[in-house]
Design a protein around this ligand. Structure first.
Ligand SMILES: *Cc1c(COP(=O)(O)O)cnc(C)c1O
Ligand SMILES: [Zn+2]
Length: 413
């Protein structure tokens, strides 16, 4: 990989060479690492035209920007290449002229996490790892299990015991070993670290494994290409650990470094009210401190964000903003998204739109701004929450009279 220089620490910027031993965190300060590239080399190998000539629609069209030697281990399922949908009806309701939805519910396991899972598995395969292990609120694990299913690699995942059932069902069916931890995601994360340290397994944990951010950055490449290289004014991202946010930021910065674009968007981090550690750090002294993490949006229910330093840095560098939305705002955004645009999002994914709604109402964005909200996971993954957002069905006897009565009394067409 001539274009990869090595790993660089997010906090102290110490550079680390890529060695045969897997390095997860900085040996000097313990912080997360990011993959560093030689952009002179990347510039020589890609242009807008060379990308346009690639017919591969998945994330593997961007190998010039990715740290993989052997290429995709699982490309048949098609990770990424998700649609960027114009949302005119929703935009009209909110007074926004150029609102777009990046619909990442259309990934193989129905969430954005497939971008990370694909990169991590390609890397694990290159390293000839046999066992890949990860902690997850649910989506990272269902992605890992899905994409690993036919690779021959074994997977063990650590989840909080109360993870939504549909996510657990996916993971079990895809054949991972599921460890349901009586505790929070944060506790599952730490247990997973300890198990990997003891057994020497390859660890996928979000942020802790630098390859997760590399997969997530491909979303920025797609947004830029899909908008015809017009960079949006804003990208709204739901934030738990902060790895999607820092990944999308890295992607836009790398497009600029590679000479493909000359500007970058501002980022808006959207968190749940009591799972708002990134917002507090960004608006305060920059230090991450644990919060309760309680929210209906399980995918962003995090006490201490595991890629928080990188997320705060991305917000600072992008001149971004952070918003905290209530569970009620999230449920109402789920309804709005479904009814106006036909997109069924899980609560964490709808949080991005709840953030857009809040930002519009507080005039933090202009009506003429180009705004992209990243819809990170499907509503089918958490049907209980969807039913809370929705009205109850009409129950009647199998009888036309009963239907006629219902029609006259309860249904307005
Ligand atoms: C993981 C996830 C997020 C948050 O990503 P982080 O990198 O943890 O900030 C948002 N939405 C969905 C659906 C997710 O699965
Ligand atoms: Zn460091």
């Amino acid at each position: 990989m001539p274009h990869v220089l090595g790993l660089r620490c997010i906090r102290c910027e110490k550079e680390h060479a890529l060695t045969s031993a897997m390095l997860y965190v900085c040996t000097a300060c313990g912080s997360n690492l990011e993959v560093a590239y030689d952009f002179a080399a990347v510039r020589r190998s890609v242009s807008r035209a060379s990308l346009a000539a690639i017919t591969e629609p998945s994330i593997w069209r961007y190998t010039a920007f990715l740290p993989v030697n052997g290429g995709a281990i699982e490309s048949r399922l098609g990770v990424g290449g998700t649609p960027l949908l114009r949302a005119p009806a929703l935009g009209r309701e909110l007074g926004l002229e150029k609102l777009w939805l990046k619909d990442d519910t259309r990934n193989p396991s129905a969430s954005f996490k497939d971008r990370a899972g694909a990169l991590v598995l390609a890397h694990a395969h290159e390293r000839r790892e046999r066992v890949v292990v990860g902690a997850s609120t649910g989506n990272a694990a269902s992605s890992l299990a899905c994409l690993a299913a036919r690779t021959g690699m074994k997977t063990i995942v650590f989840l909080p015991e109360n993870a939504p059932r549909a996510k657990v069902a996916q993971i079990l069916l895809f054949g991972a070993h599921v460890v349901a931890v009586r505790g929070t995601y944060d506790q599952a994360f730490d247990l997973c670290l300890a198990a990997c340290a003891k057994h020497g397994w390859y660890n996928r944990n979000t942020g802790h494994n630098p390859w997760t951010r590399e997969g997530k950055k491909t979303c920025a490449f797609e947004i830029a290409e899909q908008l015809g290289w017009e960079i949006p004014d804003w990208v709204f991202v739901p934030v738990g650990d902060g790895n999607i946010l820092s990944g999308i930021w890295k992607g836009f910065v790398e497009l600029r470094e590679a000479g493909l674009v000359d500007r970058v968007p501002r980022l808006a981090a959207v968190q749940a009210e009591r799972s708002n550690a990134v917002k507090l750090a960004f608006e305060g002294d920059g230090k991450l401190r644990p919060v309760s993490g309680q929210t209906i949006a399980d995918s962003i229910s995090v006490s201490l964000p595991r890629d928080g330093d990188a997320a705060v840095k991305a917000l600072r560098q992008s001149n971004g903003i952070a918003l905290a939305v209530s569970d009620e705002e999230i449920l109402s955004a789920m309804c709005a998204l479904a009814r106006t645009e036909g997109v069924f999002a899980e609560p964490a994914a709808a949080a991005a739109l709840a953030g857009v709604i809040r930002a519009a109402s507080e005039s933090r964005v202009r009506s003429s701004d180009t705004i992209v909200a990243v819809v990170t996971g499907s509503g089918l993954k958490d049907v209980n929450s969807a039913m809370r957002a929705a009205a109850a069905p009409h129950v009647i006897d199998p009888d036309l009279g009963a239907f006629e009565q219902l029609l006259s009394e309860r249904i307005q067409l």
